[in-house]
Design a protein around this ligand. Sequence first.
Ligand SMILES: N[C@@H](CCC(=O)N[C@@H](CS)C(=O)NCC(=O)O)C(=O)O
Length: 219
Amino acid sequence: MNHHTVTGFSSVPPFAQGLVRDLRVRWALYEAGLSYDVELIDPATRKSHPYRQKQPFGMVPAFTARGLELFESGAIVYLLAEESNALMPAEAADRAKTLVWMFAALNTVEPSLDALLSLDLQHSTEEWAKLRRPAVVETVRDRLAVLTAQLEGRDFLLGRFTAADILMATVLRLIRHTDLVASHPTVDAYLKRCELRPAFERAVEEQMAEYANSIQAAA
Ligand SMILES: N[C@@H](CCC(=O)N[C@@H](CS)C(=O)NCC(=O)O)C(=O)O
């Protein structure tokens, strides 16, 4: 029995596999050298009363740490980072910068990338989506240009790897169906650097294996 339990979905559509946000928590736990249990819920039951006790919005991830029930992937990753030098430096100014870039990933970069994912993979045949897309792509390009500047001369957002990179890399993966990251070579190299980390590889392989298992179990 581990001290940490991460809740994920037992199955998701192919376009979402490898993007579901419990990946952020699993990756952070592996970077911090912590083991955990996984609780898989059927997406059809996510809005049920019992699950909403854990995650009021009926989403994943939910997270249990030493009896504490938590939700919101960014908050969970930050709480883990507070206790692990592998995820956040000790010096106060660097801790503040880590928090700033975590919010930048979730609050400034994620909205337009998530919107593009939804337009392209869930609404592509709808007229309103076609009209909306160019403005969203323009915002995405702006965000990628700012990331290019921040990453100039740095391997990671703060120089060394931090929890902010877990959030930023998982956000960038949301538009893996486009060539927008590939057309920004500095950001592209950064994302590849993040995805080559053993903790990321382990987390994503584990998540994908669970989806594959659930398909086999249903067959
Ligand atoms: N802000 C939340 C968002 C969580 C979220 O969007 N989870 C998705 C899976 S990646 C979900 O559960 N979607 C199901 C739904 O929207 O009902 C977080 O970062 O934890």
